[in-house]
Design a protein around this ligand. Structure first.
Ligand code: TYM
Length: 329
């Protein structure tokens, strides 16, 4: 049976990008494979080392994931720091990860631009810890958005390097996954770039209907197509990309047709888009509050998850230690 793993940093509320980039795929797959889902709280320390908010963030991300449809009866759901074996695997993999490669990673370059006052070694080694997350359970498939593609490439590089250095066929070549389709990048509503947690351009799974309508109606567009066949501007293309993710295919077709005939009214398109987003978000939002208030349930979910994840992790670590020549007296 295939192993599937996905994760998210605990640095804020979930948005549509997280949902369509990773979560929706994972939810579809959870009944068909050996599935692990975890919350990367160690990773979040590279950018958000604030002890007063860390736990609250983990709790809200966990509640939102459960509300969105992750099923702890079938998938193993755990918190990264509850499975400390991952830190040992990360250390062991780091012996075969070269500093030059890590310095060239796009996410590292991006982070040192954003937080020049805090270029910590955790940021540099972020891809190694992520590879450890994935290889800890020897995952075959990793549902992620397009922004994680390079991290997955590095995971495969480390797996291959480990296998060839030690002359084994141990780690799989984990593939980023989106049902055989292209990985998606959900854009933000501000006209450029991807939807993000801190970019102020996102629709969150906890947003009220009214907040969603307001955000979508304020989304950046342009002054309309001047003549048929002209290239679409980025802000408008972005709205169509979001529509492709949330709306029915015939809705998308309809507005594409209006655009192509230069008859589009962005106001109408946004109204429809807002309602289609609400149809996705509302049922999730309505479950979040109840789940978040149920500490006992959350405790049970992550305790059982940690136990299952640790059993899998211990097995991998024992085998990796053996392969690397770390033998017990
Ligand atoms: P994170 O927390 O930034 O995002 C979680 C998931 O959401 C996807 N995503 C998007 N997909 C499409 N469009 C967007 N605008 C968008 N924004 C976010 C991400 O691609 C991701 O799949 N490094 C990871 C967390 C992580 C991880 C792992 C993931 C740590 N270890 C092991 C998978 C496997 C991250 O920062 O994701």
């Amino acid at each position: 049976m295939e192993t599937v793993l996905s994760g998210i940093r605990s640095t804020g509320q979930l948005h549509l990008g997280n949902y369509f980039g990773a979560l929706k795929n994972f939810i579809k797959m959870q009944h068909e494979a050996r599935c692990f889902f975890f919350i990367a709280d160690y990773h979040s320390l590279t950018t958000h080392p604030d002890p007063t908010i860390l736990h609250g963030n983990v709790k809200s991300v966990l509640s939102e994931y459960l509300a969105a449809g992750l099923d702890p009866e079938v998938a193993t759901i755990y918190i990264q720091s509850d499975v400390p074996e991952v830190t040992e695997l990360s250390l062991l993999l780091s012996m075969h990860a070269y500093v030059g490669e890590l310095e060239r990673t796009a996410s590292f370059k991006d982070k040192i631009r954003k937080q020049p006052q805090n270029v910590n070694a955790g940021l540099l080694c972020y891809p190694v810890l992520m590879a450890a997350d994935i290889l800890l359970h020897r995952a075959d498939k990793v549902p992620v958005g397009k922004d994680q593609e390079q991290h997955l490439e590095m995971t495969r590089l480390y797996a291959r390097r480990f296998n060839s250095f030690y002359g084994v066929d141990y780690f799989p070549e984990s593939q980023p996954y989106n049902f055989g389709q292209e990985l998606v990048k959900i854009p933000g509503l501000d006209g450029s770039g991807k939807m993000g947690k801190s970019e102020g351009n996102g629709v969150f799974l906890s947003d009220s209907d009214e907040a969603i309508r307001k955000k979508v109606m304020r989304a950046v567009t342009d002054s309309g197509p001047a003549a048929p066949g002209q290239p679409m501007s980025e802000p408008v293309r972005n709205l169509f990309t979001i529509m492709k993710a949330v709306s029915q295919p015939d809705t998308l077709e309809f507005f594409k047709g209006c655009y192509d005939r230069c008859e589009i009214r962005y106001g109408d398109m946004k109204k429809q888009l807002a309602e289609d987003i609400i149809a996705v978000v509302r049922p999730i939002r309505e479950r979040i509050e109840a789940i978040q208030a149920d500490d006992k349930y959350l405790h049970e979910v992550v305790t059982a998850g940690a136990e299952k994840a640790r059993a899998s992790a211990r097995k991998t670590l024992a085998e990796v230690r053996e392969i690397m020549g770390i033998h017990k007296f």
